[in-house]
Design a binder for this molecule. Structure first.
Ligand code: ADP
Ligand code: ZN
Length: 726
C-alpha cells in the first residue's frame, strides 16, 4: 500500500438482528476507537451504532461503505460492550438487539443544545428609556440571564431586551448545563437503625467500600426495614464518589420510594421508565453517561444505561416478575444485574421478603452473601393470618365475599381503619355468556375470553387489547338482555362492597383506571393519607406501598394462581399472597389477613397461613431438587408462532426433529401453548430440560444452525430460564 494512503476499517455493531458486527471504512481524518458512537449508512438509512473493534484490513476497504461521522459524546465503556455480548450469548439473541436496548435514546448522543444566556458587556445603552432603565437595574450585575428571565425580572417585554442586545449592551453566551438533580447528601436525614439493622448495614457498607463484586441477598419480612438498610449501602456508594442504580418493579407507581429517598438524602433520584417524557429521557441519559447524575431509580430497562462509574445496583423485590422481559431479548434484569456487577467489578444487593427459589438456593449455597432481618421495625407486628374455608362459609348467591370477610371489613371501618380486598382480576367479569344459547364471548385473535368492563361498557381482550362495545343482544341467537357475567373481577367486587357498605368510601385500583399512572400515584397517596375506607385492587396495590392505616387484607381468591399447571405456581402464589397480606399492620397494632380458599389444605395455602416461610422454602426447594428443576437443572423454552396454524405446527415438528441428540437433554413438545392464539398468531412450545452445568446455549445454537430456518411469518423465540409457561 502506498504511504499516506492508509485505509482503515472498523467493525461496527448496529442495532439490528444480525449475527455480528459489520465492517465499515474510516474516512480520512476521522480517528475511531472501540466504543465510539457513530453514524453509519445501512441500506438507504442512517443509523446510530457503536465501533466494536478496530480491524486490520481483512476486508478490502474499497468495497466498504464509510462511517459517516462520530458522535461527540463519551464512548461506550469496554465493560458495557462485554455486557452486551454476554447477554446476547446467554439469551441466545443477536448482540445488535441487545445494543438496541442501550441505544433507546439516539437523540441523546447529540450534545445538548446549549441554553442561550445574556450577559452585560459594560456598554451603556444609547438612549435610556424607562423600560431600558428597568432592565439595566438587573442586567448591571455580574450575572448571566436567560432572555425571558431578564425580561420577567425587569417587568418588560422581551423585545426591550432584544433591542439592548442589538446595541451591544448585552451579549449572548452559552449557559452551562445543569444536572437534573443535585448530588445526594449521605448525611442529610440519617435514621437510627436498630442493632440488627445496623449490623446488616455495616456489612453492606463494608462490601461497597471494598468494591467487592458478587451478590448479596438481603432478606427480611415486610416492614423489617430493608429499605433503610440498603440506603446505608447507597450512602457508602456516594461517599466513594460512585453512581448507584436501584431497580424497582413498578417504578412509575413508587412515588413513595422517591420521597423516602429524598428525605434520607436531600435530593431526588433520577427516574427511568417508560412514562418518562422524551426530553427528560434525553437529558437523563446524557447526564448518566457523563457521570453528572449519581442515582437512578428505574424499571428493568435502566439496567442498560451506560453509567460512567457505577458502584452498586440494588434490586428491590428481586423475585418480581416485572424484571423478566418476554419480548425480543428474553432476559431477567435481576440476573443480568448480577452479571453486570461481575463484569464491572461492583456489588449487587437483591432484596425481598420472599426471594425467588433460585436466589434463596444461591444464598444458602454461599454463592451469594446472605443477610436476613427477622423482625418488623418498632411495634409493627405481622398480621394474624386465617384461611376461610369457602366450602363452610360460602358467599351469598351471585356474590363472592364470605360472611366472615364481610364482618371483618365492617369491624375494620368501624374502627376507622382501612381494609384492602385483593383480587387479581381486572374488569367486571372474566367471562360473559348468553343465558339462552350458551354463546361465550371469545377474542377473535387470541385464545382468551373477553373480559367485561362494565364501567367502560366494553368487552375487552387482556392479551391483544381488542375492545368492543358490550352488545345488548347475543350475536349468536339475537336474544336481548340475556347476557350473564360469570365470575368476579374487581369492578364486580366493587359493586358488592358498595351494596354492603353504602356509606364507606370505596376505591377500585387497577391498571384500567382512567388517567394512567399519574392518577394512580395520586390515588395511592390519598389512600396512604387515609382518604379511603375500603380499597379493592389487583396486584398493583401489592407492590411496596406503605398504607399506615391498613389493618385488614382480604384475599378474595387465594386459589387463583394455583391451578394453572405452571411449575412456578406455588412459588408465585406464596410470594404474592405474602406480599399482599404484608400490606397490613405496617404502622403497629393488631392486623389481620384473611384468605378465601376452596382448598385450605393445599400446602401453599397452609404455609402462608402458618406464616412459615422456612417450611415453604424447604418443601419447594426439595421438590425442585428431586425433579432437577431450576436452580438444580436448567429450563429453556422455544416458542414457535405463525399466522397459519398448520404451517406453524409443521415447522415446530420439523424443528423438533432436527434437534441434536444428547443423552443429557430432554426435549418436550411441540405442544400447543396454553395461550394457543395471541394477536392472531398460533403458538407452539418446546421445553428443554437439561442438567445445571450443561451448556444449553451452545447446544441451542448448534440446533438452530443445523435445523430448518423459519420462513414467511413464522417466528422462533428462545426463552432461557422461562418464568411464564403460557
Ligand atoms: P421493608 O423494606 O423491609 O418492607 P421498610 O424499610 O419499608 O421495610 O420499613 C418499614 C417501615 O418502618 C418504614 O415506614 C420505615 O420508615 C420504618 N423503619 C424501619 N426501620 C426504621 C428505623 N431504624 N428508624 C425509623 N423508622 C424505621
Ligand atoms: Zn385478543
Amino acid at each position: 500500500m502506498l504511504p499516506g494512503l492508509e485505509l482503515k476499517t472498523v467493525s461496527v455493531l448496529l442495532p439490528i438482528p444480525t449475527d455480528g458486527a459489520y465492517s465499515y471504512g474510516v474516512p480520512e481524518g476521522l480517528e475511531l476507537n472501540p466504543g465510539d458512537y457513530v453514524q453509519v449508512p445501512l441500506g438507504n438509512r442512517v443509523v446510530a451504532a457503536v465501533v466494536w473493534d478496530k480491524q486490520e484490513n481483512s476486508v478490502d476497504p474499497k468495497k466498504l461503505r464509510n462511517v459517516i461521522s462520530k458522535f461527540d459524546c463519551p464512548p461506550m465503556k469496554q465493560e458495557m460492550r462485554k455486557f452486551i455480548e454476554w447477554i446476547a450469548g446467554y439469551t441466545v439473541s443477536h448482540p445488535g438487539m441487545v445494543l438496541k436496548m442501550v441505544l433507546r435514546v439516539p437523540t441523546a448522543l447529540e450534545p445538548e443544545a446549549p441554553m442561550q444566556g445574556l450577559k452585560f458587556t459594560g456598554t451603556q445603552p444609547e438612549r435610556l428609556t424607562p423600560a431600558r432603565k428597568q432592565v439595566m437595574k438587573f442586567a448591571n450585575q455580574d450575572l448571566s440571564w436567560t432572555k425571558s428571565g431578564l425580561a420577567h425580572a425587569a417587568g418588560v417585554t422581551a423585545s426591550v431586551v432584544d433591542g439592548l442586545t442589538k446595541q451591544g449592551v448585552m451579549e449572548t453566551i452559552k449557559l452551562p448545563s445543569q444536572p437534573l438533580f443535585p448530588k445526594p447528601d449521605a448525611n442529610y436525614g440519617t435514621v437510627e437503625l436498630t442493632a440488627d439493622q445496623q449490623e446488616k448495614a455495616d456489612t453492606l457498607r463494608e462490601i461497597v467500600k471494598k468494591g467487592q463484586s458478587g451478590a448479596t441477598l438481603l432478606e427480611g419480612i415486610t416492614g423489617s426495614g430493608k429499605t433503610e438498610v440498603y440506603f446505608e449501602a447507597l450512602a457508602e456508594c456516594f461517599a466513594q464518589g460512585k453512581q448507584a442504580l436501584v431497580l424497582l418493579p413498578e417504578i412509575a407507581l413508587t412515588s413513595s420510594f422517591l420521597e423516602r429517598f429524598e428525605n434520607r438524602f436531600g435530593a431526588r433520584p433520577a427516574e427511568w421508565h417508560s412514562e418518562l417524557a422524551p426530553r427528560a429521557r434525553e437529558k437523563t441519559w446524557r447526564q448518566i453517561t457523563a457521570g453528572e447524575l449519581h442515582i437512578v431509580a428505574g424499571a428493568r430497562s435502566s439496567l442498560f444505561l451506560p453509567f460512567k462509574n457505577l458502584g452498586l445496583i440494588i434490586v428491590d423485590e428481586e423475585h418480581d416478575l416485572a424484571y423478566k422481559q418476554e419480548d425480543r431479548v428474553f432476559y431477567n434484569a435481576r440476573d443480568m444485574a448480577v452479571v453486570r456487577g461481575q463484569l464491572e467489578g461492583f456489588p449487587v444487593v437483591l432484596c425481598s421478603a420472599t426471594p425467588a427459589i433460585e436466589t434463596r438456593v444461591n444464598a444458602q449455597l454461599d454463592r451469594y452473601a446472605y443477610l436476613k432481618l427477622d423482625s418488623r421495625y418498632g411495634d409493627a407486628i405481622l398480621p394474624e393470618l386465617d384461611v376461610i374455608d369457602m366450602r363452610k362459609h360460602p358467599p351469598a348467591r351471585g356474590k363472592f365475599l364470605s360472611p366472615v370477610i364481610l364482618k371483618a371489613v365492617e369491624e375494620t371501618i368501624e374502627r376507622k381503619e382501612q381494609a384492602l380486598l385483593f383480587l387479581n382480576r381486572r374488569g367486571y367479569a372474566p367471562l360473559t355468556l348468553c343465558r339462552v344459547c350458551g354463546h361465550r364471548f371469545e377474542c377473535k385473535n387470541c385464545s382468551a375470553w373477553l373480559v367485561e368492563h362494565r364501567f367502560r361498557k366494553t368487552l375487552q381482550c387482556h392479551h391483544c387489547g381488542d375492545s368492543h362495545p358490550t352488545p345488548e343482544a347475543c350475536p349468536e341467537c339475537g336474544t336481548l338482555d340475556h347476557l350473564v357475567a360469570c365470575g368476579p373481577g374487581v369492578e364486580r367486587l366493587g359493586e358488592e362492597i358498595v351494596e354492603a357498605f353504602p356509606d364507606a368510601k370505596t376505591i377500585i385500583l387497577s391498571s384500567d383506571m382512567a388517567g394512567g399512572m399519574k392518577r394512580m400515584r395520586f390515588e395511592l397517596d390519598a389512600i396512604a393519607k387515609g382518604e379511603a375506607d375500603i380499597i379493592i385492587g389487583t396486584q398493583l396495590v401489592a407492590k411496596g406501598h406503605n398504607f399506615p392505616l391498613m389493618t385488614l387484607v382480604g384475599v378474595v381468591d387465594a386459589d387463583l394462581g394455583l391451578s394453572n399447571g405452571d411449575p412456578r405456581a406455588a412459588e408465585r402464589t406464596f410470594q404474592l399472597l405474602h406480599q399482599v397480606t404484608g400490606r397490613a399492620g405496617r404502622a403497629g397494632g393488631k392486623s389481620q389477613g384473611l384468605l378465601q380458599s376452596y382448598q385450605p389444605e393445599n400446602p401453599v395455602i397452609a404455609a402462608i397461613k402458618a406464616a412459615d416461610t422456612e417450611a415453604f422454602y424447604e418443601r419447594e426447594i426439595d421438590a425442585r431438587r428431586l425433579s432437577s428443576l431450576p436452580p438444580f437443572g436448567r429450563l429453556a423454552a422455544i416458542i414457535i408462532s405463525g399466522q397459519d396454524r398448520r404451517e406453524t405446527e409443521l415447522f415446530a415438528r420439523a424443528l423438533r426433529q432436527a434437534c441434536p441428540i444428547s443423552k443429557e437433554v430432554r426435549v418436550l413438545g411441540p405442544a400447543e401453548a396454553p395461550l394457543a392464539l395471541v394477536r392472531g398468531r398460533y403458538r407452539f412450545r418446546l421445553l428443554i430440560h437439561a442438567p445445571r452445568n450443561f451448556a444449553v446455549q451452545n447446544w441451542l445454537r448448534a440446533w438452530f444452525k443445523e435445523g430448518p430456518k423459519p420462513r414467511g411469518n413464522i417466528r422462533v423465540q428462545t426463552d432461557i430460564d422461562p418464568q411464564s409457561f403460557v
